[in-house]
Design a protein around this ligand. Sequence first.
Ligand code: ATP
Ligand code: MG
Length: 332
Amino acid sequence: PRRVVTGLQPTGALHVGNYFGALRRCVRLQDTGDDLMIFIADLHSLTTHQNPQALQENSMELAALLLASGVDPERSVVFVQSAVARHAELCWLLACLATQARLAHLPQYKEKAATLKEVPLGLLLYPVLQAADVLVYGATHVAVGGDQAQHLQVAAQLVRTFRHRYGCQPFPTPRALLPDDGSDRIRSLRDPSKKMSKSDPDGKSRILLSDPDDVIALKIRKAVTDFTPQVTYEPDTRPGVSNLVTLHCLAAGLTAEEAVEEAAALTTAQYKQVVARALVAELAPLRERAADLRRRPRLLRDVLRAGAARARRRADAVYERVAAAVGLAPHA
Ligand code: ATP
Ligand code: MG
């Protein structure tokens, strides 16, 4: 089977984009029989300032949401990144093969760095740590959104550089696994030219997984569309309405054609009620399961502990080959 790795940052309240694009996608991958490793990327989140207590709480919250979404810790390996020291260890070895020029050239780095007076080195190293996250498990695939494709090229480049330098390749070249249902591109409800995002200052731009039913309905009702009353699916020319169609499809398990047909006799205003109902039907049970799990911190910790133990065994196997290839003295 494919070995798929995916990570989620514990940086605050999750929205429906994160749910369809990341959480539920994990469940789908798990159900297709992929060998799936899901980590809570607390080390990555430190590239921007995090309140220590909030970081810890967010990590546990993410664990609760993963399980509430249907991730099965027996089938998938669920763990916290920092619990497996090999991520950081391999990151160092790879950092010695990466070049500053190449990393500083990546668009995401340039965007973030431009907003900062002092740029932390961790921000530059971010794609190298991402490469380590994947290579340390010998993963064949990485479940990412389209915005991460370039970072995967960094991983591929590092595999090549490693092979040239050391004459061996202890890991496969990982490939991107992109979803084909639009689930990685949920748009802002206030400005459909942007993606829905945790860090958008406008809270009405996103539906949180913690939003009660009436708030979901309200945010959908206020969603920006256009002046055409018919419901059509034309992402390029009508991104607002099309985003509602996508949300409807993902929540109700429909294709875009089916959703549009269902909406044939409705105005966009009426259609918004349909979309809201579909979202509530999907999110209300999720909210309840998450609330149950939040009351069981011991269970969550046990799951993460067991996941980390499994992950460590896998990472050790790869790392030992890498360390030997590089010439680190054996210390076992
Ligand atoms: P931030 O604004 O802080 O970057 P974010 O909303 O983009 O927050 P991330 O933590 O960067 O969230 O991403 C978590 C996961 O959710 C990733 O797998 C990412 O691909 C996915 N994701 C993020 N935004 C969306 C979106 N609008 N639609 C679908 N998936 C998304
Ligand atoms: Mg993001």
